[in-house]
Every structure is written in structure tokens, then in C-alpha cells.
Ligand binder design. Structure first.
Ligand code: ADP
Ligand code: MG
Length: 276
């Protein structure tokens, strides 16, 4: 069936105005509205609403992609009973996202496998769905990136880009010690983020050990001062979830006590990188 000129023009305009959902749906919604005897305003509203919903969905998907989460993790798969030291109520409150409006930070402290990356990612994911610009980095990757940008005389630009975020996630602070330049660059990031955006840091290090990886007591003090001025601290001091899962799997296999060599294997399989 050849298209009517008005339809051709409509399609052209919808493309030009970048309204893909209206372009896709105008005919089906029209058929339905005819059947239901809707007036023109209702037809238009139904069509526009579809576009608006799809646009929100596309924008959230774009923000999630731009955040570069290593794996998508959400809170509904997080088992709080496995980590009783974590304050569930506080985490549920954080998921609502007001901390981002107040530019408050979140510090997640705990050994390897205690769900730190999972929680940081879940908070970031919720942020994306709430319309926030989020970016996930391991501390090591960010510092390497900043050093590279600095060598290419792009440091200022990169720092400005970072300060336009709503949430910066810095995963795995403490696994790799910094060079002097690396420590200074990270300090610069935290300084600029201070009271402008939220920073979520995950670490296996208690505060007293931070000087060891930053190298300088003065810089560590100044950094902690900014980071912890307005901060929510989540401490996971339970067992490694990876280890628990390995144990459970092995336990299912022979439903008996684990042999010590199996336990050693499970520990290795858990990829425990903790330096403590
Ligand atoms: P960490 O960053 O503290 O080393 P991860 O967040 O990477 O730990 O957790 C290791 C694995 O175990 C991930 O697959 C994560 O989803 C899972 N995990 C950790 N803690 C929990 C938990 N309490 N409930 C469900 N899954 C968990
Ligand atoms: Mg982790």
C-alpha cells in the first residue's frame, strides 16, 4: 500500500524531531484509539507519553553504559544475612539517592569478598536510574588514566570531566600503593569532588593504614579530611562471600565436613586479594 502524502510528511517530521517511538507507534496507537473512540487529544497524549517513557529508558541505559560498571549488580541479589555488620537500613536509605543531592560520600570498608564492589555498583546503578551521571573506576585504573592524560597535556580537561559527574565510584583503594604522582593526582580528584559530587570508595584498609599507601601523612590527612567530612561508612567485617559460596558448593558435593586441602582450594578459588 502506498503511503499518503500526509503520512510521508509526518514520518519525515518525526524523524527530523528525533521522536523514534512516535514514529514506530503512531499507526498502532491510531488504530487502537479509533476502536476506543478516543478524541484527538487523547491520541496525541498516548503517543507523546510513550515517547517520554522510552526516552527516560534510553537515557538510563545510556547512563548505565557510560558508568562502565564491571558487572551489573543490584541490591535485590544482595544477601544481608551473609554480612550482618552492614546496616541494611542505611543502605536502603542510600539507594533512595538523597546523599547525591547533598554531595555526601560513601565509604565501604571490608576484606576481600565481602560485597564492597557489589554494593558500590548497586548504588551507582540506582543513581543511573535516578538520572545521575555515574562513573565507575578501580582506583588503579583511574590513576593510570590520569597519569596518561597528564602526559598528553589533557589532565585539566579530564579533571573537569570528572567534576561534572554526580557520583564517582573508586573501587579497591589500598590494593596497589601509589607513586608520589599517583597519590597527588588522586588527591586532586578528591579535592575537586569535595562538596560538588559524591564519591563512593571501597577499600580493604582501615584509616590508620592509609598513610602507607599514599606515602605522605600530610596528604593522607588532607584527603581523609575532605572524604570523611560528610560520609556514610559501611563496614563489612563478615566472611568472604566467595569463600562461603565455594564452601557451599563443595559441601553440596559430598555433604560432609570440608577437608583441609579442599578448604585451601576454596580459599584460592575465592581470589582473595586481601593484603591484611
Ligand atoms: P569485594 O569487592 O568486597 O571483594 P565483591 O562485591 O566483588 O566483593 O563480591 C564477590 C562476589 O560475591 C560477587 O559476585 C558478589 O556479587 C558476591 N557477593 C558478595 N557479598 C554478597 C552478599 N552479601 N550477597 C550476595 N552476593 C554477594
Ligand atoms: Mg571488589
Amino acid at each position: 500500500m502506498s503511503e499518503r502524502p500526509s503520512e510521508l510528511l509526518l514520518r519525515h517530521s518525526l524523524k527530523q524531531l528525533k521522536l523514534p517511538t512516535m514514529l514506530r507507534d503512531y499507526a498502532t496507537v491510531a488504530t487502537r484509539c479509533t476502536k476506543e473512540n478516543c478524541d484527538y487529544v487523547t491520541y496525541l497524549w498516548r503517543l507523546v507519553e510513550r515517547e517520554a517513557l522510552d526516552r527516560d529508558k534510553r537515557a538510563a541505559e545510556r547512563r548505565i553504559k557510560n558508568a562502565r560498571f564491571p558487572v551489573i549488580k543490584t541490591l535485590d541479589t544482595f544477601d544481608f544475612t551473609a554480612q550482618p555488620s552492614l546496616k541494611e537500613k542505611l543502605i536502603l536509605e542510600l539507594m533512595v539517592g538523597q546523599y547525591m543531592e547533598r554531595h555526601e560520600n560513601v565509604l565501604i570498608i571490608g576484606n576481600s569478598g565481602t560485597g564492597k564492589t557489589h554494593l558500590a555498583s548497586a548504588l551507582g546503578f540506582a543513581g543511573c536510574q535516578q538520572g545521575r551521571r555515574v562513573r565507575f573506576y578501580t582506583v588503579h585504573a583511574l590513576v593510570t588514566h590520569l597519569i596518561e592524560m597528564s602526559e598528553q597535556r589533557q589532565l585539566e580537561r579530564t579533571l573537569r570531566q570528572l567534576s561534572r559527574l554526580d557520583v564517582l565510584i573508586l573501587d579497591e583503594l589500598g590494593y596497589v600503593p601509589f607513586t608520589k604522582t599517583g597519590a597527588e593526582l588522586l588527591f586532586e580528584v578528591i579535592s575537586r569532588a569535595y562538596e560538588r559530587l559524591s564519591v563512593i570508595v571501597t577499600t580493604n584498609l582501615p584509616f590508620e593504614s592509609w598513610t602507607e599507601i599514599f606515602g605522605s601523612e600530610r596528604l593522607t590527612g588532607a584527603l581523609l579530611d575532605r572524604l570523611t567530612h560528610r560520609v556514610h561508612i559501611l563496614e563489612a567485617n563478615g566472611p568472604s562471600y566467595r569463600l562461603l559460596e565455594s564452601k557451599r558448593r563443595l559441601g553440596r558435593r559430598d555433604s560432609g565436613e570440608m577437608e583441609s586441602d579442599e578448604l585451601a582450594q576454596a580459599t584460592a578459588a575465592s581470589g582473595d586479594k586481601s593484603k591484611r
